[in-house]
Design a protein around this ligand. Sequence first.
Ligand SMILES: *[C@@H]1O[C@H](CO)[C@@H](O)[C@H](O)[C@H]1NC(C)=O
Ligand SMILES: *[C@@H]1O[C@H](CO)[C@@H](O)[C@H](O)[C@H]1NC(C)=O
Ligand SMILES: *[C@@H]1O[C@H](CO)[C@@H](O)[C@H](O)[C@H]1NC(C)=O
Ligand SMILES: *[C@@H]1O[C@H](CO)[C@@H](O)[C@H](O)[C@H]1NC(C)=O
Ligand SMILES: *[C@@H]1O[C@H](CO)[C@@H](O)[C@H](O)[C@H]1NC(C)=O
Ligand SMILES: *[C@@H]1O[C@H](CO)[C@@H](O)[C@H](O)[C@H]1NC(C)=O
Length: 503
Amino acid sequence: MGLSSKLMVPTTLFIVLSLSLTITHVQSNGEGFISVQIFEKGLDFAKDLLIDKAVSSIIPLQLPDIEKTVKIRLIGKVHILLSNITINQVDIASSYVSTGESGIVLVASGATANLSMRWQYSYTTWLIPIAITDKGDASVQVEGMVVGLTANLENQEGKLKLHLLECGCHVKDISIKLDGGASWLYQGVVDAFEAKIASAVESSISNKIREGIIKLDSLLQSLPEHIPVYSIAVLNVTFVDNPVLSNSSIEFDINGLVTSKDAVLVSNHNHKGWKGSFSCSSLAKMVQISLQDDVFNSASFVYFDEDYMHWIVDKVPDQSLLNTSGWRYIAPQLYKQYPNDDMNLNISVSSPPIIKVAKDDIDAIINLDLTIYVIDAGQVIPVACISLEISTSSSAEIMGNNLAGSIRLKDFTTYLKWSEIGDLQIHLLQPVMSTLIKTALLPYVNLHLRRGIPLPLPHGFTLQNAEIVCTCSRAIVCSDLSLPGQYHLSSSHFATTKHSNVT
Ligand SMILES: *[C@@H]1O[C@H](CO)[C@@H](O)[C@H](O)[C@H]1NC(C)=O
Ligand SMILES: *[C@@H]1O[C@H](CO)[C@@H](O)[C@H](O)[C@H]1NC(C)=O
Ligand SMILES: *[C@@H]1O[C@H](CO)[C@@H](O)[C@H](O)[C@H]1NC(C)=O
Ligand SMILES: *[C@@H]1O[C@H](CO)[C@@H](O)[C@H](O)[C@H]1NC(C)=O
Ligand SMILES: *[C@@H]1O[C@H](CO)[C@@H](O)[C@H](O)[C@H]1NC(C)=O
Ligand SMILES: *[C@@H]1O[C@H](CO)[C@@H](O)[C@H](O)[C@H]1NC(C)=O
């Protein structure tokens, strides 16, 4: 036997917002060299992930037992106990997220939930003084549930702190179906317990949201302050200033400079305010990550400082360039003095390469000394040193989650720094230098540049359909994100179906 009824809990308009707190709205003081902006599409993505994760972590949710003595006509006082009340499934019909100066508002509405429980009763009458008892199962369907929260993000000593300002759950309809039991019992349960079940659902879900926010907050607290840039350097991803919440995006500024792994030093980068006007066409992509050229320069500085910019070249595609016979016509004195000897080149960058992001281009100036060695009878003899100033342009590309690039030769100048073999004709050297730059130096540098600088993304997320725009002094990555592991979040053992639509 199954009876069912619906009770309309008076639908008070669910008010999520109460702006009792004034949020200090601190404008960036321009300390951050990387800025990350999450647009509406990204906020929706994050919201769907959060809801998905929240639902799977909430269910199955056990509510406290409900017990009550109910007076039922013709029967008298009946003691009823509802136990093992469990929410087994939650479906969310629609949800939305909005941001503003007041914080982040997330509302899921039209949610339904299925509950199961056990009922049992006992009573005695003056006629039959022995206790009469019975028990069975029941299922409860909750409909029109609205769940909402308002939270705010704040910078607390370089970490993001998530504050829950407001949170609530409101149940609109509830219907109970008993398996077994008498119709008088059914009416008793419906009359006496509907409101209690509804409020138990409301408070349990609100509590779960509070717990969830605490977990999310500790997740934010556990975000690293540094991301390793290979083995020698780190990218400082400490948050700078409070996140700026506008009506369609959240913007985070992070320090964004690369420092050597052990250094405590903060390079004094000249920072000019740069709240520029450029923005990825904000509806199209989830996030925008802007890197000022100081980021690249800080990396360049560290690699230079850590002595990573010296190379001994003893192999080139045209190996005759590393034999004095190949220099016979360029530097006759060299050939004369060391005929048919092998040569080595010591390429040594002499100051940190300077990187400038320009419109549609990233330019770099590399100053280096190229020392020519001759290997004569097993002895390595330095014979001349040529200084080069190389100007390159580069195109940026995304490799995994890294911003990588490759440089091309634009131009270079040479002068002879010193020579043990007399004066060298610089104009004769130019073609050889050009060949060496193109075939030995740049491929080697590009091999390293292809690894790139890691972009500050939370663990597990990957860029998708990223585009790079270079403007005056900033490289901007506009991208969608995906979370390849997200299917684990909604693994089927939660016995749940979830979907949410953006409204
Ligand atoms: C409580 O309910 C859950 C879910 O319906 C069920 O798996 C479990 O066996 C029940 N426990 C008891 C003691 O009835
Ligand atoms: C939840 O309730 C709905 C409507 O009564 C039903 O279609 C659905 O199968 C139920 N799900 C579970 C897991 O009981
Ligand atoms: C968001 O703010 C901008 C200007 O700050 C305004 O033009 C726009 O209409 C606002 N959008 C919404 C949905 O409020
Ligand atoms: C990282 O950035 C923060 C914020 O700008 C700064 O206070 C801190 O000193 C930096 N850490 C290092 C090692 O440079
Ligand atoms: C340098 O080149 C000459 C001519 O090609 C060759 O005979 C000689 O063996 C080379 N020297 C070495 C060390 O390979
Ligand atoms: C290469 O040249 C640089 C500077 O010209 C020098 O400091 C370095 O010791 C040289 N390396 C080798 C292996 O000779």
